[in-house]
Write a protein that binds this ligand. Structure first.
Ligand code: PMM
Length: 287
């Protein structure tokens, strides 16, 4: 099974995390939900389409992106978090800033999704520990501006495992309860396409970290490379949703706790099929 995260609802299958990027420049959907009311509507639509929780972010992390300033990030994120939580949506906040996490939690966010795993802001871990919300520890080697130059590995699975384990230890040392930690291999963060594919092929080893696993493959570059035609041109990001749903099924089958996706409908089906196959396998076991 996919595991339980203290402080969040328990789903009986891999959960679907829908994405609302309140940004003008995100890699996959930049600008589409930049306006506050569009972003809120998008969050509600994702829930109607099958999202179990909605991840709200105000800073693009696409390769090469420069950072947004704190006031602007707060302006983008907080009203969307407040409005969605007031509608009963389980919201996670995608931020590398402790101040944004703190205000988002005050506005009702149930989970802090920090793609830097607490490395970008030295106050992040203590803020999360103090309020006692769940925390996503993502594998990360540095800010977007130069992350591609850090995509150098001898054994990508072993190195990601070791680096995640170190971050988990540091986060627990900082006061976050182990049962509130989620781990994430950080597909595309300081990784080339081959690294992402190898990590997906070894999700069972990442589960060995002993905590629920979040997988964020949606529309990413490695899918563009897999889907590229003979001339090597990758399809535009919005044409990668079928491939994303395929990864969702594979991740769910490998025991992921949740998948983070931009279009939820096909993934919601994929995780249900994965669950049905798991049930059938359990029923087919000899006594
Ligand atoms: N990827 C992006 C943003 N946030 N959070 C987690 N936990 N894992 C991810 O893989 C992840 C993330 C980048 O995706 P986008 O900008 O295309 O939404």
């Amino acid at each position: 099974m996919s595991g339980r995260v203290a402080g969040l609802p328990e789903w009986d299958r891999c959960a679907v995390m829908g994405v609302v990027n309140v940004t003008p420049d995100s890699f996959s959907d930049g600008g589409r939900w930049f306006d506050t009311s569009d972003a809120i509507k998008r969050g509600l639509d994702l829930v109607s389409g099958g999202a179990d929780l909605v991840d709200v972010g105000g800073e693009s992390t696409r390769p090469g992106a420069t950072r947004v300033d704190e006031d602007e990030e707060l302006r983008r994120v907080i009203p969307v978090v407040r409005s969605l939580t007031s509608e009963g949506v389980v919201v996670s906040v995608d931020t590398m800033r402790a101040s944004v996490a703190e205000q988002a939690i005050a506005a009702g966010a149930a989970l802090v999704n920090d793609v830097s795993g607490g490395l970008a802001d030295p106050s992040m871990v203590s803020v999360v520990a103090a309020v006692g919300v769940p925390f996503v520890v993502t594998h990360w080697r540095g800010f977007s501006q130069d992350m591609n130059s850090r995509a150098v590995y001898g054994d990508v699975v072993a190195e990601v495992l070791a680096e995640l384990r170190r971050r988990m230890d540091a986060v627990v040392e900082g006061g976050v309860a182990p049962e509130r930690i989620v781990v994430d291999p950080g597909l595309g963060f300081a990784k080339q396409a081959d690294h992402d594919l190898t990590l997906l092929a070894h999700l069972h080893r990442l589960r060995g970290l002993g905590r629920p696993l979040l997988v964020g493959a949606s529309r990413k570059r490695f899918l563009g490379r897999v889907l590229a035609g003979e001339n090597g041109t990758p399809p535009p990001t919005r044409e990668r949703d079928a491939a994303t749903a395929a990864v969702s099924a594979i991740a769910a089958h490998a025991g992921a706790w949740a998948v983070r996706v931009h279009e939820v409908r096909a993934t919601a089906d994929a995780v249900r099929v994965a669950r049905a196959i798991e049930d059938a396998a359990a029923e087919g076991e000899p006594p």
